[in-house]
Ligand binder design. Structure first.
Ligand SMILES: Nc1ncnc2c1ncn2[C@@H]1O[C@H](COP(=O)(O)OP(=O)(O)OP(=O)(O)O)[C@@H](O)[C@H]1O
Length: 304
């Protein structure tokens, strides 16, 4: 790492979190650069919420370390103000009106942007006088998102932000998020099961399965380093060393494999085609569930 590298937004070393005997995160190492929109994906129970709650200081690691914007999570009031967090259940105060929430936000946050908050509330059609307890799930999510954005944080963390939004509101939210990140030079980390959303807005991907990071990196680099190939089953056994099989599906004669390599694709003696983000994610998810003996993987020392 060069000394000029900006401070990463998230840096985990050997990060482990257990709930009693259940291991939710195991020896996670991560270094997420600043200025990215990061998609955190993985199956139910993978550890996504645990990682995000650790990043917000709502949980303490069992062992290992996690730094957020260069500090211990929630290290001080000033640090808390630099991070906006929207939890999965988008909690609000039921007896407070929408406007009360904005007033509270203004009192608690030194960089509060009331104009931004009011514009957004009006754009998403929320009535400022409405009690938050009477909002629909999607409207509640919009309120929580507005409060997080109006803090003007350096890092926005969302746990499944779009889950409660209708398709139109979701589209609007994704566009807003991208604009916000670009305008402020902020970073965002969002967990989601909606791979289409991730593909649309994220430029950095983390795939978490079974409490471990399966792969993490810039989306463009990940897509460039993975391809799909179709070959006879016995031909797959002749992949060059250095080509790792992530997922393979066998048909009667032909097998289809998602493979990765750092070698030039021209050195792979098969026709290969680009993979979609969805294929890539599903490849790592299925490998975590049922590890495939990757042909050529030995040359890379395997991944796990
Ligand atoms: N408070 C808790 N006590 C005990 N176990 C927990 C607790 N919270 C989470 N877990 C367990 O830790 C693991 C990771 O859970 P986590 O909520 O982080 O997963 P997730 O990836 O966010 O899942 P989902 O996509 O379903 O929201 C799961 O096995 C879950 O059952």
């Amino acid at each position: 790492m060069s000394h000029e590298d900006p401070i990463p937004v998230l840096q985990a070393e050997g990060l482990t979190k257990r709930y009693g005997r259940r291991v939710a995160l195991s020896e996670v190492d991560l270094r997420v650069p600043a200025g990215r929109v990061v998609g955190l994906v993985g199956p139910n129970g993978a550890g996504k919420t645990t990682l995000l709650n650790l990043a917000c200081g709502l949980l303490e690691p069992t062992s290992g370390s996690l730094r957020v914007l260069g500090s211990r999570p929630a290290a001080s009031a000033a640090h808390l103000a630099r991070v906006g967090f929207v939890a999965q259940n988008t909690p609000v105060y039921p007896s407070f009106s929408v406007a009360d929430h904005l007033r509270l936000g203004a009192r608690l946050n030194p960089c509060w942007d009331q104009d931004l908050a009011e514009r957004r509330i009006s754009r998403v059609g929320l009535n400022p006088g409405q009690k938050a307890g009477r909002l629909s799930g999607g409207q509640r999510a919009q309120l929580a998102l507005t409060i997080a954005a109006a803090k003007r944080p350096e890092l926005l963390i969302f746990d499944e932000p779009a889950a409660a939004l209708d398709p139109l509101a979701r589209e609007g939210f994704l566009v807003n998020l991208m604009e916000f990140v670009a305008d402020l030079g902020a970073s965002a980390v969002l967990s989601s099961h909606l791979l289409g959303d991730i593909e649309q807005i994220c430029d950095y991907l983390i795939v978490l399965c079974e409490a471990r990071v399966q792969i993490a990196g810039e989306v463009e680099e990940l897509l460039a380093g993975h391809r799909r190939l179709v070959a006879r089953r016995e031909e797959l056994a002749r992949l060059p060393a250095g080509v790792e099989t992530i997922r393979v599906e066998h048909e009667a004669v032909y097998s289809s494999a998602v493979v990765r390599t750092d070698l030039p694709w021209s050195s792979v003696p098969f026709r290969t085609d680009p993979v979609s983000l969805e294929e890539l994610v599903l490849g790592y998810m299925s490998r975590a569930n049922a590890p495939v003996a990757g042909v050529g993987a030995a040359a890379l020392g395997g991944r796990r």
